[in-house]
Design a protein around this ligand. Structure first.
Ligand SMILES: Nc1ncnc2c1ncn2[C@@H]1O[C@H](COP(=O)(O)OP(=O)(O)O)[C@@H](O)[C@H]1O
Ligand SMILES: [Mg+2]
Length: 266
């Protein structure tokens, strides 16, 4: 678990959240001469420090949208802005954590987390940030471990630390807990909620787990089938820390499952 003693350091080490504006974004891919529309006129804004979950059918375009937000690709039309400035490429303040932790097997935990600072050429003077990020995800005892010595949950914590070491203003999570067993997932959901609350970065989370979305997010945006259009934008106003048994959250979960076309009478 994440130690509470790091609260002060976390709030000073991590940057405040960025505002995100997605305006009229459409995107498509060319496959074998045919055009595959993936996003259709998607517009939404995220306030600094907000936690927004994105839900939608598999293949509707959620990961594509995250890639546009990260600046890894440019949209066919529309604009994306971070704090008012157009997003034109990747930037260390916007980091993505994917489902697969993709750690370098020949590097220790510490050296995997250090990658971002190394790439920016600032590791020499900023080594303390690597230690702080590892401490934030509760892996201080595993600094010198190699990826093959870690459980799936621990490896995903390292991926999270590798993102946090950049002091993100916008943390982009693409089904980060999707491959973990349900107990580890529940533990890590609580850890992500706690990290987000203490640090104040803006979070965009794609998940296929409706319960996870309503447990973590301030807002849940539900997308249609491909090409993704916004079907609903739902506020989740329960205070944190939340309780899984909260009847309000259960009702929201039922409504959202209904929007996704699933009969949720169980
Ligand atoms: N680089 C790409 N080239 C061609 N098609 C792609 C590419 N990336 C994604 N797609 C297609 O775009 C659609 C949406 O993909 P994706 O955004 O990954 O969906 P989701 O994350 O919602 O499951 C899919 O049909 C996928 O096959
Ligand atoms: Mg995806």
């Amino acid at each position: 678990m994440v130690a509470l003693a790091v609260t002060e350091r976390a709030s000073t080490a991590l940057a405040r959240g960025a505002a995100l504006d997605v305006e009229g974004v459409s995107h498509a891919f060319d496959i074998d001469g045919a055009v595959l529309p993936v996003l259709d006129d998607v517009s939404f804004s995220v306030k600094p420090g907000e936690f927004v979950a994105l839900l939608g059918p598999s293949g509707c375009g959620k990961s594509t949208l995250l890639r546009l937000v990260a600046g890894l690709e440019a949209p066919r039309s529309g604009t994306l802005r971070e704090d008012g400035d157009p997003i034109t490429g990747p930037f260390p303040s916007r980091v993505v954590v994917f489902q697969d932790p993709t750690l370098f097997p020949w590097r220790t935990v510490w050296n995997n987390v250090a990658l971002g600072l190394e790439a920016q050429g600032i590791l020499k003077t900023q080594r303390h940030r690597v230690d702080a990020a590892i401490e934030l995800v509760g892996l201080s005892g595993f600094r010198n471990a190699y990826p093959h010595q870690l459980s799936g949950g621990m490896a995903q914590r390292v991926a999270l630390a590798r993102a946090l070491v950049n002091d993100p203003q916008l943390l982009i999570l693409d089904e980060p807990l999707g491959k973990l067993d349900s107990l580890t997932r529940i533990t890590m959901q609580a850890e992500i909620a706690s990290l987000w609350q203490r640090s104040g970065f803006t979070t965009l989370l794609v998940t296929h787990d409706v319960e996870e979305a309503v447990f973590l997010a301030n807002r849940v945006i539900v997308f249609s089938d491909r090409p993704a259009r916004i079907k609903a934008d739902i506020a989740v106003d329960s205070p944190y820390p939340r309780h899984r048994g909260d009847p309000k959250l259960s009702e929201l979960r039922r409504n959202i499952l209904g929007l996704l076309g699933l009969d949720a009478t169980w």
